[in-house]
Ligand binder design. Structure first.
Ligand code: 3HC
Ligand code: NAI
Length: 699
């Protein structure tokens, strides 16, 4: 039973009950129609209320059923809505908390709607790469007007019920309930008051026009084109709403259905649906159950006020959590605080932050040169120089001063978190919190779980990540963790491509056409090529004989560190960021090829994309097999939120699934034959080889 049926005097109440959000899965749909039949057959029932149990009216179609026979099994959502419309007794939707997607579409099929204040109303299907497929594109414009409805459908954003109720001429809500608590009582009273009304009003009978007609839709289409380059759904939302203004209601519905089916089958929608679930799965750690006790995080300390320390501190200030930053010298503190101020002032200037909020946030920030001032912090995050000796000093000191139970975190990007934990007598309290630069902007947070990190520490930092609005992904301890370990292979391939005959601009353009915002060489110029140079020098000591292209080192030897030195892989004009192909770099690459005795060959864009992306995939497969990441979806989330992997591809691992793992392996075998490349690396990871042989996928 996924909906309950109760009779209150002469009003029947059907309560959807399918936790967590009353998704309209098969069982719920069937239970609603049974409730309608029962109410129709009962002469003592004069009106019907439909509502939802728990924390939602309904979150919409059950996304877990997509692609399964249950999704379309009768009664499908269309049939349920039709049954509501055709019911001979008035049906009132009593909306609270969340009415989204199919949930809102069901409410729009009801004869009347009453809403509690504070309910989130949305047609968010576009975020899943589809459009509302149960009449939402046809009915919402009829009750809210074309423009408001189209904005909601194209953006997928939720709007507060009170705000919608205040809109002049709106026909979405017939009544507002006094409060969420009184909703059911108010709905029953309202249902009683309309029990005798005939004919019963139907949204489908309302007119739907825009004063500018098709010209408005042309304008809307141009707008969404700019917004969603690689995603087909927003433009199709415009087509569907336009259809609502053109023909009969049933024709519009048929058009909506046609577009819905097209989008549902698109790779972009598969990618976005994968992201929906992957994003939610990252917070679940297999051996850390949801009821694991958590520690309180009421105050935070940050060690180091450099590039990362300042950004990390801002995350907590934004969430209303007091932060104390410690540095070695007052000048460093002053510089760090000035940078934080500058960032906030930028936001105030752009109108993104109110000045009183800015002052409030700065009021939560303290600075110190003395460890004693940190001792009561619940969480301390170290962001000092990337040297084990310095980390050792800091953690030994923290071990002495911090109160028992404080969580000690390191923002290290390459060092061994277990070794760092070993500098303390409380390894269970030590964890890696690897933020990405700029730390106040980037969504990704790799949570590095040490061998001895306590489960309660893991549970605590995962929920803390939610509070500071990060996508937290758990990584085991290894060089580079998930993201940087994979990007090293991507970078190596980019280098080999240059040696073999490609130019930086060709490589960048090819991968940018694939959907990355920036190719590896433009990215290197932005981040500073010297950073990778330093890492390569360290790795060369640790892994002698490692095969990689020397072009990036030669570039750095020329002093071309990137935008900050006015020259990198590209030339830059003073004050501008446009990447101009460089004759000097081209010559360096050619000379290097000659030194190596390589005759350059023409490399296709397809090969460039495959070598860059499959390098990520193969390393990702090793990472999964080594247990560094728990799921392929976690790896995808790392790449989507930390490395600019194109959203519409769903992440490297999903992309590999889409291409087909057999095809990925075949391509890798071809790359093994490239004389300049690393044949050993292209040996498919055992997990990849196994899945490919069995015709399976990562996800
Ligand atoms: N179907 C199935 N499961 C759903 C769901 C849905 N429509 N919406 C949410 N869930 C699940 C989540 O996967 C999650 O499961 P988990 O606990 O196992 O990870 C759980 O509900 C809670 O979700 P959140 O963590 O997101 O909880 P919040 O309280 O933060 O948010 C929400 C609740 C606002 C409903 C948010 O989950 C949301 O935006 N959901 C998506 C709603 C959506 O896209 N609806 C449209 C569906 S498509 C449709 O209706 C097609 C129709 O037009 C034909
Ligand atoms: P940074 O050089 O900008 O800042 C380091 C700060 O730490 C300096 O202000 C320095 O004065 C201070 N410091 C050094 N030793 C200290 C000590 N013993 N006590 C107190 N303060 C001390 O460095 P950045 O870039 O902020 O990096 C910090 C850490 O974050 C490193 O471990 C780095 O690997 C990591 N990281 C850096 C990223 C980046 O993009 N810059 C990204 C992710 C992690």
């Amino acid at each position: 039973m996924s909906a309950e049926y109760e009779v209150h005097g002469d009003v029947a109440v059907i309560t959807m009950n399918n936790p967590p959000v009353n998704g309209l899965g098969y069982a719920t749909r069937a239970a609603i129609t049974r409730g309608l039949d029962q109410a129709s057959a009962d002469a003592s029932v004069k009106a019907i209320v439909v509502t939802g149990a728990g924390k939602a009216f309904s979150g919409g179609a059950d996304i877990t059923e997509f692609g399964t026979p249950k999704a379309t099994a009768e009664p499908n959502l269309h049939s349920v809505i039709r049954a509501v419309e055709n019911c001979d007794k008035p049906v009132v939707a009593a909306i609270h908390s969340v009415a989204m997607g199919g949930g809102l579409e069901l409410a729009l099929g009801c004869h009347y709607r009453i809403a509690a204040p504070g309910a989130k109303i949305a047609l968010p299907e576009v975020k899943l790469g589809i459009l509302p497929g149960a009449g939402g594109t046809q009915r919402l414009p009829r009750v809210l007007g074309v423009e408001t409805a189209l904005n909601m459908i194209v953006s997928g954003e939720a709007v507060n019920s009170e705000l919608l109720a205040q809109q002049p001429g709106q026909k979405l809500f017939d009544r507002m309930a006094g409060s969420a608590e009184s909703l059911l009582e108010d709905a029953i009273a309202f249902a009683r008051s309309v029990a005798a009304a005939r004919p019963l009003p139907l949204v489908r009978n309302l007119p739907c026009k825009h004063p500018l007609g098709d010209a408005y839709f042309q304008f809307a289409r141009n707008m969404v084109k700019g917004m969603a380059k690689n995603l087909p759904a927003p433009a199709k939302c415009v087509d569907a709403v336009q259809a609502a203004t053109q023909g009969r209601f049933e024709e519009g519905l048929a058009k909506e259905r046609e577009l819905f089916v097209q989008l549902m089958l698109s790779p972009e929608s598969r990618a976005l649906r994968h992201i929906f679930f992957a994003e939610r799965a990252t917070s679940k750690i297999p051996d850390v159950p949801p009821d694991t006790p958590q520690r309180d995080i009421r105050s935070v300390a940050v060690i180091g006020a450099g590039t990362m320390g300042g950004g990390i501190a801002m995350n907590f200030l934004n969430a209303g959590i007091p932060v104390t930053i410690l540095e070695m010298k007052q000048e460093a503190l002053d510089r760090g605080v000035a940078t934080i101020r500058k960032n906030y002032e930028g936001q105030v200037k752009k109108g993104k932050l109110k000045s009183d909020k800015y002052e409030q946030r700065m009021g939560l920030l303290k600075t110190t040169l003395d460890y004693q001032d940190l001792k009561d912090a619940d969480l301390v995050i170290e962001a000092v120089f990337e040297e084990m000796g310095v980390k050792r000093q800091v953690f030994e000191k923290l071990d002495q001063v911090m109160k028992p139970g404080a969580i000690l975190a390191s923002n290290t990007s390459t060092l061994d978190v277990n070794e760092i934990a070993g500098f303390t007598r409380r390894a269970q309290d030590v964890v890696g919190l690897h933020f990405f630069s700029p730390a106040n902007v980037m969504k990704l947070l790799e949570v590095v779980r040490g061998a001895k990190t306590g489960k309660d520490v893991m549970a605590t930092v995962m929920s803390m990540a939610k509070k500071i609005k990060k996508t937290a992904v758990v990584s085991g301890v290894c060089d580079g963790f998930i993201g940087n370990r994979m990007v090293e292979q991507y970078g190596r391939q980019a280098g080999f491509l240059l040696d073999e005959g490609a130019t930086p601009q060709q490589v960048d353009k090819a991968i940018e056409r694939f959907g990355f915002a920036m190719g590896p060489f433009r990215m290197g110029d932005l981040a500073g090529n010297d950073i990778g140079w330093a890492i390569r020098k360290r790795r060369a000591l640790e892994r002698p004989g490692m095969l990689y292209s020397r072009t990036a080192d030669k570039l750095c030897e020329m002093g071309r560190f990137g935008q900050k030195t006015g020259a990198g892989w590209y030339d830059y004009q003073a004050g501008k960021r446009d990447a101009i192909p460089s004759a000097q770099v081209e010559k360096m690459i050619e000379d290097h090829r000659k030194e190596l005795g390589i005759t350059p060959r023409k490399i296709s864009d397809e090969e460039i994309v495959q070598r860059l992306v499959f390098a990520l995939v193969n390393e990702g497969a090793h990472i999964l097999e080594d247990g560094i990441a728990a799921r392929a979806g976690d790896i995808d989330m790392v790449y989507l939120t930390g490395y600019g992997f194109p959203l519409h591809r769903g992440g490297p691992m999903l992309y590999a699934d889409e291409v087909g793992l057999f095809n990925v392996v075949q391509a890798m075998k071809r790359f093994q034959r490239n004389p300049r490349d690393d044949a050993k690396f292209w040996e498919p990871a055992p997990l990849l080889a196994r899945l490919a042989a069995e015709g399976k996928t990562f996800n």
